[in-house]
Design a protein around this ligand. Structure first.
Ligand code: GLA
Length: 416
């Protein structure tokens, strides 16, 4: 690998030279490759991925860098510049769910998922660096998984199509780490293109690039500084409720209800004959009244209406209707707050004060219970939106939020 100058810049802000020098210090040799994978923001489509629905994420210019060298002794050895805990050092043959905990479970899970998929791994040494905050709703876990998956594949000469690699990375998180996530974050990290959001159909895996032309507005990330731990069970509980709602409605997934209401997929579902074909969003309430449990009814209503909002948002982007995009973001937040109940007070306050100060729309992002808000703001109003949100947080005695621009960047790539 050539880039060993500690001052050389790479990977949108992460110094590659420093990491390769650290790799040499840690492992006493040179790395074979360097792969970088971004975190993501999600414009709209929250908690729809594991319901077979649509999402519209884009890649950030912040992410995770992995430099790696092949080993022949069957060991996986990983060090992270962010981790205070010990180095991961484990025989790949000994990997099984529960064998590794903490941050190291993510790279270990990737090796496990590759092995389980039948790929022969001889071992690898990896050094990791990241400029993504953890628990901020920016998919730092997926960035770590994807950078490691690409580096591990490369040193073993494996050519794995990116959609397949995304599924392996998701499996690492779901089946090895124990957080039953959907596919959005891994797809976004591996498949987004610069300047675009990825309209992904999570049932078929078909993605369409949608240019993010925002006509003088920009996307701002407001990190509320409230940290979530999605593996703590609240996310899994929501996922379970969605499955129960689908079962009660007689469909395989809540996506089927959304399709039925749009008049595109009623046949063959348990909703056939319910008079809902083409009933549109108004029909969402009607479909959901079939659910006795009021909480299940609200969860289903969120997923069904959110699916429609993703389609409407992609159409508004293509039509250059930035005001309509903003309105959909704020409506998505309302639905996540009131129906899906995954919002948190600092997100609600950030959304309300950003919109009051001139944002065209804003919403919480990611799994919820902590993390970041995304706001669509006319460029000229950026200073006053920042000031208003900051003032709101200060008046409540909360730690000040962190603001950053969310320029849509490219997906994961080799850096050396
Ligand atoms: C997390 C998960 C994703 C997705 C979002 C919610 O980021 O990793 O798969 O479910 O929450 O939209």
């Amino acid at each position: 690998m050539s880039a060993t100058d500690p001052g050389s810049a790479a990977a949108d802000g992460l110094p590659l030279g420093q990491l390769t020098a650290w790799f040499a210090d840690c492992f006493g040799g040179t790395a074979d490759c360097a792969w970088w994978a971004p975190g993501r923001a999600n414009l709209i489509g929250e908690h729809t991925d594991y319901n077979d629905g649509l999402v519209l994420p884009f890649a950030l210019d912040r992410g995770t860098l992995a430099v790696a060298a092949r080993r022949e002794d069957g060991m996986l050895v990983v060090r992270s510049r962010q981790a205070s805990g010990p180095t991961l050092s484990i025989r790949i043959d000994d990997l099984r769910p529960g064998a590794v905990t903490g941050w190291a479970a993510y790279p270990a899970g990737v090796a496990w998922a590759l092995r389980e998929a039948g790929h022969r791994l001889t071992g690898a040494s990896l050094a990791i660096d990241s400029d993504l905050p953890q628990g901020a709703g920016l998919a730092s876990s997926a960035a770590l998984e994807c950078a490691v998956a690409l580096a591990m594949s490369w040193v073993h000469g494996l050519v794995i199509p990116r959609p397949e690699l995304a599924e392996l990375a998701r499996r690492a998180e779901s089946d090895f780490v124990g957080m039953p996530c959907g596919i959005m974050d891994q797809y976004a990290s591996l498949l987004c293109e610069a300047g675009c959001a990825l309209l992904l159909d999570c049932r078929t895996g078909v993605g369409t690039q949608v240019p993010l032309d925002l006509a003088g507005a920009c996307l701002m990330i407001i990190d509320t500084q409230v940290r979530h731990v999605l593996a703590d069970g609240a996310y899994a509980a929501r996922r379970q409720e969605c499955m129960e709602a689908a079962r009660a409605l007689g469909v395989a997934s809540l996506r089927d209800v959304a399709d039925a209401l749009a008049g595109t997929g009623l046949a063959g579902t348990g909703l056939a004959g319910a008079g809902l074909a083409g009933a549109g969003l108004a029909g969402a309430g009607l479909a959901c009244t079939r659910l006795i449990d009021p909480a299940l009814r609200r969860r289903a209503r969120h997923v069904i209406t959110e699916s429609r909002r993703v389609e409407d948002c992609a159409a508004a982007l293509r039509a250059g209707d930035v005001a309509a995009v903003g309105a959909l973001l704020t409506e998505s937040h309302r639905s996540l707050r009131d129906d899906f109940e995954v919002s948190w007070p600092a997100a609600d306050a950030a959304v309300a004060s950003a919109v009051a100060a001139g944002a065209l729309g804003a919403r919480m992002m990611g799994g919820g219970f902590g993390g970041s808000v995304i706001a669509l703001v006319p460029q000229v109003d950026v200073p006053q939106v920042r000031a208003a949100v900051g003032k709101q947080f200060a008046s409540r005695g909360w730690p000040l939020p962190q603001f950053s621009d969310a320029a849509p960047g490219g997906g994961a790539r080799r850096m050396d």
